[in-house]
Design a protein around this ligand. Structure first.
Ligand code: SAM
Length: 656
């Protein structure tokens, strides 16, 4: 059993409520496949895809407490690999070249960190251990867990998997060859090209869902084994032995057939029938007859554990989302077909750009997805909206080929749902992304970053620094977490500086109580707070200028006309200025800054119900900007969400 400093099982976990923030249900509640499909679905959730924004530990705890225990048939996760890197995506403006220009030049917005994958050894193991323990509880008794890793950490994670699931429930190690060659030899690499990832498959119990997949025979194999061709039909076949191994000891029949007496595999009447059908060949009188086996009747080669037939996402591929570490849909298509029942629930709590949800949606499965990163949630949401819209379009024009795309031989099953709902657990919503906010705050305060500590962000002089997520004030819950963290580090004696934007009233009393016991010059782990909104010394930090949109809406009988006439994002302009030096950037068309527009024509002030989603398919296309929508409910509030290329959202609500 693998052990590490601070290894602890989950003794206690708080299941926070989830807030329903957005819905996409373009064809109404009836848009789910009927029958018994939703019988096991907890009644507290809409029947459709569920996308959770939050830390997956909290999201998994929430799902366990709200009816999903033992309900998930297939889990695929592609967690951070402890690669020691920040993963960035390249952000560009929208539109054809020249939409945004500076002296005729188009330019990009540089890179945006999507997630950080830098850990201290033990923290990574503890992080994975806790998630795997919770995931196992969600898994159905016949379910499987697939985990995607690389060679760096796979050995230690396998030991944790053995502990959590049991060695007897290990099914496969799969090597996925993700690229043909890695040419870092030119840079002096002294190792072999690292071209594969490793996937492990574990089952929860002994009896698990498994639909064998067959792959086509190679040309070499066909040439050497299927050497004969039927005249006329050109069907290829091979000859196989009709005599029975084991003779009489296996109870095989013994008789004469076409002049040859032997122990045969089949009864005499069956042999005569096959002969009449032309499926038995005797090359010359007296030779042993053989059976014809046609290539087109063979299922193919049973899939093996080395996968070299799935290419990574290509730069020009339709599925490409500009998300670092995006996995190909073909990979998920295969996994889902192998291990998920037709009416199954597929879960991915590190969903990134939404590949697992996309695969499940296309294969008619129900799905639950989660990510901590707002950019990932936005990408997954828009990706799934596009797929659902396509599925609705295809349903209107029957006789289209299957949607699966990756496997043209199989038509896609009917979608399980044509809707999705977004929930937030613990309000991780930020105007700017948390990783960026932490970077800015550390720079502003002069904090020295300790990138290997999962909990503390750095040090300020001798003191440890923790930046409390800026999306909520410092609360006693954050302080309890700090206490648990300090207790798990018995040799830590440094004081702690907590940096937050604001404080919950309960926090002051908690800190006063904690510090009361820690006085004198040898006091350890005293807590200080820097409140960025009000702190005289550091308070200038909080000057994020939000994006703004000019939006008009008017009612024209039963229609509403929404028009966006301008949009400005100070963050985008600032980035452009950084790229272009002294010259001021000029964007002729505001739509270059906008990634998508979502409209709720009857906003209830709580959940944003997406009635229209304008998500241009290609980066060179722009949003429309003017929308005419049916809206029966006179007096309703119209909400318009404009999301820019950095993921910042502007919400306008109007009563036309
Ligand atoms: C390797 S990427 C997944 C890529 C994905 N398979 C795809 O095809 O796009 C890992 C994802 O895990 C997310 N993540 C990391 N820590 C998390 C946490 N504690 N809770 C939820 N998501 C987390 C990151 O934000 C990132 O999007």
């Amino acid at each position: 059993m693998l052990t590490w400093v601070g290894k602890r099982p989950i003794r206690h976990i708080v299941a926070f409520p989830a807030q329903h923030v957005e819905s996409f249900d373009p064809s109404g509640d009836a848009s789910t496949r009927g029958g018994d499909l939703w019988r096991d679905w907890p009644t507290g959730y809409p029947r459709g895809g569920l996308l959770f924004h939050g830390d997956n530990k909290e999201v998994l705890a929430h799902l366990l407490a709200n009816g999903f225990r033992g309900k998930v048939d297939l889990i695929y996760i592609d967690p951070p690999f402890d690669s020691g890197a920040d993963y960035v995506r390249k952000v560009t403006l929208r539109g054809p070249k020249g939409t945004a220009k500076l002296d005729g030049e188009a330019y990009t917005l540089g890179e945006q960190i999507q997630y950080t994958d830098i850990w201290a050894n033990d923290n990574y193991l503890q992080f994975m251990y806790e998630r795997l323990l919770l995931l196992k509880e969600l898994l159905a008794s016949n379910g499987t867990l697939w985990i995607h890793l690389d060679e760096g950490r796979s050995h230690s994670i396998k030991m944790i998997l053995d502990e959590v699931f049991g060695t007897e429930h290990f099914i496969n190690e799969i090597i996925w060859k993700r690229q043909t060659a890695h040419s870092d030899v030119g840079q002096g690499a002294r190792h072999l090209g690292r071209v594969h990832d490793t996937l492990f498959v574990y089952a929860k119990g002994d009896d698990f869902v498994w639909h064998q997949i067959f792959t086509p025979y190679s040309a070499d194999y066909v040439d050497s084994f299927y050497r004969f061709t039927d005249e006329g039909s050109e069907r290829r076949y091979r000859l196989s032995d009709l005599t029975a191994p084991g003779g009489s000891s296996k109870g095989n029949p013994y008789y004469e057939f076409l002049g040859v007496t032997r122990y045969w595999r089949f009864t005499k009447s069956r042999m005569e029938e096959m002969h009449r059908q032309g499926r038995i060949v005797q090359t010359s009188p007296g030779t042993v007859p053989a059976q014809k086996r046609y290539l087109d009747e063979m299922p193919g080669v049973p899939l093996q554990s080395l996968w070299d037939d799935i290419r990574p996402v290509q730069s020009q591929a339709d599925e490409r989302e500009e998300f670092p570490t995006q996995k190909p849909e073909a990979l998920l298509d295969r996994i889902i077909r192998l291990c998920s029942p037709q009416d199954g629930i597929v879960l991915d709590c590190f969903v990134g750009s939404g590949t697992t949800a996309a695969g499940a949606q296309k294969l008619g499965r129900r799905w639950i997805a989660c990510d901590i990163n707002k950019g990932a949630i936005q990408t997954t949401s828009t990706r799934l909206q596009t797929i659902i819209n396509e599925q609705i379009g295809q349903a209107r024009t029957p006789n289209q080929p299957g949607l699966a795309g990756v496997d043209p031989g199989h038509a896609a099953p009917e979608p399980a749902q044509l809707s999705l709902a977004i929930y937030r657990v613990n309000d991780y919503d930020l105007a700017i992304q948390q990783v960026e906010a932490v970077n800015l705050a550390c720079e502003h305060l002069g904090v020295e970053r300790t990138r290997t500590d999962r909990y503390f962000d750095g040090t300020l002089g001798k003191r440890l620094v923790k930046i409390v997520p800026f999306n909520h004030p410092l609360t006693p819950l954050d302080l309890d977490e700090l206490k648990r963290e300090i207790e798990a580090r018995p040799t830590e004696d440094r004081s702690v500086v907590l940096v937050c934007l604001g404080k919950d009233p309960g926090a002051d009393a908690w800190i006063a109580d904690w510090n009361r016991l820690r006085t004198g010059k040898n006091a350890i782990n005293c807590i200080e707070v820097i409140e960025l909104r009000t702190d005289a010394k550091y308070g200038k930090f909080f000057k994020h200028e939000p994006a703004r949109a000019r939006v008009k809406a008017r009612r024209d009988k039963k229609m509403i006309v929404v028009e966006i006439t301008d949009f400005i994002s100070p963050s985008i302009l600032e980035r452009l200025e950084q790229q272009s030096g002294l010259l001021r950037p000029k964007i002729d068309d505001w739509r270059a800054m906008v990634d998508c527009v979502l409209i709720d024509t009857d906003h209830d002030g709580r959940v944003f119900n997406i009635a229209v989603s304008d998500i241009p398919g290609r980066k060179t296309d722009l949003v429309v900007g003017r929308y005419e929508l049916p809206a029966d409910n006179v007096g309703s509030t119209v909400a318009i969400k404009v999301i820019d290329m950095l993921g910042e959202e502007v919400l306008a609500t109007l009563q036309p």
